[in-house]
Design a protein around this ligand. Structure first.
Ligand code: NAP
Length: 240
């Protein structure tokens, strides 16, 4: 156990982050989980992950730095950093409030910037892996009727991911993005559960949490050591 990789997964009180944290722990990683909101999910996370459950608001620079320090204090290294934070808003741009516009940039792009700043040094020490989450269809820079602000923030994140991939390559660190399509879970946004949307997925069904967790597991494995700066679609063909 003491030689096993140390993995930090944010956004892990629910949904994709929780599935990733559990999956990487099952394969033997020493997984650190992170919640922001103090609620019953936080209590359950502390029960499940014990001293490796942390509270942090990743829009607060000091919280991001403290989180990385707590991981190092407990396990002495950091091999994998997975950032599964990224809020979602839908609706026409003409009706989007300034507050929601700012929230998209902060939650999807700014929190990623702060998180990577906090984990960069230990990842360099370990020759580690970082994984971020986008959304499908970023490569095409498509305009969108309902999700333009969210997709714009995720597009910015993809450019950051590619920038980090270039900068960190000399340090043996890979930085990649996974872009899920439609992945329902017990706290998913209502759009994700929409039957009409799900019916338009070319492979005929929404993705499973374990589909995403397996993709993260691969990116955080030796098999992916020559893969960096990629945007890996786990989308069933959605938004191609
Ligand atoms: N599910 C999908 O179909 C889908 C599709 C495309 C892309 N994605 C992307 O995949 C990622 C995970 O998706 P998801 O559906 O699992 O998300 P989710 O249900 O919204 O959960 C994300 C978690 O992030 C945490 N969080 C939000 N803001 C935070 C902050 N400032 N500091 C710390 N934690 C914060 C929340 O923690 P608390 O609950 O503790 O507040 C929440 O539990 C996101 O980036 C999302 O955009 C998801």
């Amino acid at each position: 156990m003491s030689d096993s990789p140390v993995t930090l997964v944010t956004g892990s009180a629910r949904g994709i982050g929780l599935a990733v944290a559990r999956s990487l722990r099952e394969r033997g990683d020493r997984v650190h989980a992170v919640y922001r909101t103090e609620n019953e999910r936080a209590v359950a996370l502390r029960d499940e992950f014990g001293e490796r459950a942390h509270r942090a608001d990743l829009l607060v620079p000091d919280d991001a730095d403290r989180l990385a320090a707590e991981v190092l204090a407990l396990d002495g290294r950091l091999d994998h950093a997975v950032h599964a934070v990224g809020e979602y808003v839908s609706g026409p741009l003409a009706e989007l409030s300034h507050a929601d516009f700012q929230r998209m940039w902060a939650s999807n792009a700014e929190s990623s910037f702060l998180f990577f700043n906090a984990v960069r040094a230990p990842l360099r020490d370990a020759g580690g892996r970082a994984v971020f989450f986008g959304c499908s269809g970023l490569n095409g820079l498509r305009g969108r009727r309902e999700t333009a602000a969210y997709a714009a923030a995720k597009s910015a994140l993809l450019v950051l991911v590619r920038g980090w991939a270039i900068e960190e390559a000399a340090h043996g660190v890979t930085v990649n993005m996974i872009s899920p399509g439609v992945i329902p879970h017990d706290a998913a946004h209502v759009d994700t559960l929409d039957a009409d949307r799900q019916a338009r997925i070319p492979l005929g069904e929404p993705g499973r949490l374990e589909d995403v967790a397996q993709a993260v597991s691969w990116l955080c494995s030796r098999a992916a050591s020559h893969t960096t700066g990629t945007d890996l679609l786990v989308s069933g063909g959605w938004m191609l």
